[in-house]
Design a protein around this ligand. Structure first.
Ligand code: DGJ
Length: 557
C-alpha cells in the first residue's frame, strides 16, 4: 500500500493533520517497513520483535489493579503489553473525554520498561457492543442495532449506521490525538488494534432495513475492481467460491458470489471493513501508528453466524484489504491446535503476521518460535498474561483448574527470544532463520531446510501430552553453522538434497548460554550426548536453562 497516497487521501477525507501538527512531526514514529522478504515493525529507527502478552479484558480499566501486574509482566521478559482502552472509559459523556486511565497505563508501562499495543474496544468487542458508553448503549433510536431476520434487535450496533460510525470515529480520533500529545515523542504505544473480533452472530448477516437494501443492491464497483486487479493473488478459498458462482464482475451480492451463507459473510466483511476504514483513517489523521484488525477464527464445521460472520478471516482477507486500505494488517487470534495452518494463512506477502491473541504455556512457547522463525512474525502475544487464577476457566481455554497454563514457559521462551532478537530480526525474510513445529502426538516428524542442509526433527523422551507441541528455531551463522533453540524433547538429524557431497556429518555441537551480552560455550556435546555424533538432542528444560546449541555440520562422500 502506498502510505503517502493514503495520507494524502486522509487529508482530503478528514481535513488533514490537526492544528500545530505537520507531517514531519510523524518522522520517527513506529511504522512498518519491508526488509528483504519480511515486513518488520520499526521502533526508534530499529526493527522490533513484539514479545507480547494481552491482558484480560477488564484489567486495564483500573490503574490500581495494574500496579502490581506490570512488574510481573516484565519478569516474564515481555517487552510489550496489549491493553484494551474502552470507549466507555474515555467518553463517559458525549464529547467529554477523560484520559486518566490511558495516562495511568502509559505511566505504568513506562515505569516498567514496557511498550503498549492499544486495543480500541469501540463499537464492537467479540461481536457485541458492550464497551460503548451508556449514552450510546441506551439510545437505540440514534444508534441502531444489528437485527435478526425476524426483526429483533441484538446487543450489537449496526455497521450500517453512519451515526454509530461517526461517533466511534470521533472518539477514536480523540484518543489518537491524545496519544500523539502525550506519547508522540516517547513511542510507548507501538500499534493500535481497531475494534475487537468483529462479526455477526447468531445469523450470517444484519437484517435491518438499511442492510437489506444494501444486500439487494450491486456489489460496490470498488470491491469488484480490486478483486479483478488482484485475481492471481486472492486467497484460494475465496477465489474458488467466486469462480464457482461464475466469476462475475458485476451484479448483486448473490449474483456475484452465489446464494450461500458465505455470501452473507462477504457482504458483512465489506461493511465492517469500510466502517473500520473510516474509524482507522480518522485515527491515523491524528496520529498514524500502524493499525490492525483481529479475527476470531472458525471452529470445524461452523457456518457464518455460528462464527463471527464478516470478521477478517482468511477467506475474506481480500475483501478487507479492498475495504480497509488504511489498516496495515489483519491478525488471527489463534487458540486452536492447527497453529501452523491458521498462522500461515495470515502470513502473506500483502499481510505481515502479528498474532495479538494466542494460547500460552508450553504450546505458546513452541508456537512463538515457529511464528518468529518460520513465518517472519513481527509479534506474538498469549492472552490473559496477567491471570492470577481469577479468570473464568473457559476463557483460558481449559476445564480443569490444575491445567491452568504455566506462564513460566512463555517467560522462558521470551527470555531466549529477547537475546536472539537482533539476529532473528537481521535474518527474517532472508532465509537465514527458520523453524519447525510439531503440533501433536500424531505428528511424528517435521522437516526444515536451511542453506545446504535439511534437518529432520523427531520426538524424543517425554514429548507426549502437554509436551506434544514443540518447535525448534534455526538461525544460520555461517555456511555450515547454526544456532538452535528448541522448546521440547526432540532429536534432530541432518541430511542434504543439494548437489555436491551427499552425506552430512556433525562436526561439533556446543551448548551455549548468554552471559554479559554474548553467547558463551558450555559443554562440547559428544558421545552419549549427541548419539555418538549422529544427532542433536533438544530437551524440554533447555529454555528454562537459557540454553541453545551451536551446531557445525560438514559434508562427505
Ligand atoms: C477473544 C477475545 O478477543 C478476547 O478479548 C477474550 O475475550 C478472549 N477471546 C477470551 O478467551
Amino acid at each position: 500500500m502506498n502510505k503517502l497516497g493514503v495520507l494524502t487521501l486522509l487529508s482530503i477525507v478528514v481535513g488533514g493533520p490537526a492544528v500545530g501538527q505537520t507531517r514531519d512531526s510523524h518522522a520517527g514514529l513506529p511504522h512498518l517497513e519491508k526488509r528483504g522478504g519480511a515486513t518488520q515493525l520499526i521502533v526508534d529507527g530499529k526493527p522490533f520483535l513484539v514479545l507480547g502478552g494481552e491482558l484480560h479484558n477488564s484489567s486495564s480499566s483500573s490503574v490500581a489493579y495494574m500496579k502490581p501486574v506490570w512488574p510481573r509482566l516484565t519478569a516474564m521478559h515481555m517487552n510489550t503489553v496489549l491493553s484494551p482502552v474502552a470507549w466507555e472509559t474515555i467518553e463517559p459523556e458525549e464529547g467529554k473525554f477523560d484520559f486518566s486511565v490511558v495516562d495511568g497505563l502509559l505511566e505504568g508501562a513506562r515505569a516498567n520498561n514496557l511498550k503498549l499495543v492499544i486495543l480500541w474496544f469501540g463499537a464492537w468487542k467479540n461481536t457485541y457492543s458492550s464497551y460503548v458508553p451508556a449514552w450510546v448503549k441506551t439510545d437505540t433510536e440514534r444508534f441502531p442495532r444489528v437485527q435478526t431476520s425476524d426483526g429483533r434487535s441484538t446487543e450489537r450496533l449496526s455497521p450500517f449506521s453512519t451515526a454509530v460510525r461517526d461517533a466511534d470515529a470521533r472518539a477514536f480520533a480523540r484518543l489518537m490525538r491524545h496519544l500523539r500529545e502525550v506519547d508522540g515523542d516517547t513511542h510507548t504505544v507501538l500499534m493500535v488494534q481497531v475494534e475487537n473480533e468483529v462479526g455477526v452472530i447468531p445469523e450470517s448477516r444484519d437484517h435491518s432495513a438499511v442492510a437489506n437494501a444494501a444486500f439487494s443492491g450491486a456489489v460496490p464497483s470498488a470491491l469488484m475492481s480490486f478483486l479483478q486487479k488482484h485475481r492471481t493473488t486472492l486467497d484460494p478459498e475465496f477465489r474458488a467460491a467466486w469462480e464457482a458462482a461464475g466469476g462475475k464482475t458485476a451484479g448483486t451480492w448473490q449474483e456475484v458470489f452465489g446464494k450461500t451463507s458465505l455470501t452473507d459473510d462477504l457482504f458483512m466483511a465489506w461493511h465492517y471493513a469500510t466502517y473500520i476504514e473510516h474509524v482507522t483513517a480518522a485515527g491515523k489523521a491524528e496520529y498514524p501508528l500502524p493499525m490492525f484488525a483481529n479475527a476470531a477464527l472458525i471452529r470445524p464445521n461452523y457456518e457464518p453466524g455460528q462464527y463471527n460472520s464478516g470478521g477478517p478471516l482468511p477467506h475474506s482477507m481480500d475483501v478487507w484489504h479492498a475495504g480497509a486500505p488504511s489498516l496495515d494488517l489483519l491478525s488471527p487470534d489463534i487458540y486452536f491446535n492447527e497453529f501452523a495452518l491458521w498462522a500461515g494463512r495470515y502470513a502473506r506477502p500483502d499481510n505481515p503476521l502479528f498474532i495479538p491473541e494466542a494460547q500460552g504455556g508450553a504450546a505458546g512457547a513452541a508456537n512463538a518460535l515457529y511464528a518468529f522463525g518460520h513465518l517472519s512474525a513481527m509479534g506474538f502475544s498469549p492472552f490473559g498474561v496477567d491471570d492470577q487464577g481469577n479468570a473464568p476457566l473457559d476463557l483460558v481455554g481449559i476445564t480443569n483448574s490444575s491445567e491452568r497454563p504455566d506462564n513460566s514457559a512463555i517467560g522462558n521462551v521470551y527470555s531466549e527470544l529477547s537475546k536472539l532478537a537482533p539476529m532473528i530480526l537481521e535474518k527474517q525474510g532472508t532465509g537465514g532463520v527458520t523453524a519447525a513445529l510439531m503440533e501433536g502426538e500424531a505428528q511424528r516428524s517435521a522437516r526444515l531446510y536451511l542453506g545446504d542442509y535439511t534437518a529432520t526433527m523427531t520426538r524424543a523422551g517425554g514429548s507426549s501430552g502437554a509436551g506434544a507441541r514443540l518447535a525448534a528455531m534455526f538461525i544460520q551463522t555461517g555456511p555450515n553453522e547454526f544456532l538452535v533453540a528448541g522448546s521440547g524433547d526432540a532429536q534432530i538429524t541432518f541430511s542434504t538434497d543439494k548437489p555436491g557431497l551427499p552425506i552430512v556429518g556433525i562436526e561439533s555441537i556446543d551448548e551455549e548460554f548468554f552471559e554479559n551480552g554474548a553467547w558463551v560455550p558450555g559443554r562440547r556435546l559428544n558421545g552419549d550426548e549427541n548419539s555418538q555424533g549422529q544427532a542433536l538432542r533438544l530437551y524440554a528444560s533447555d529454555l528454562a536453562q537459557g540454553k541453545i546449541y551451536r551446531v557445525r555440520l560438514y559434508r562427505y562422500r
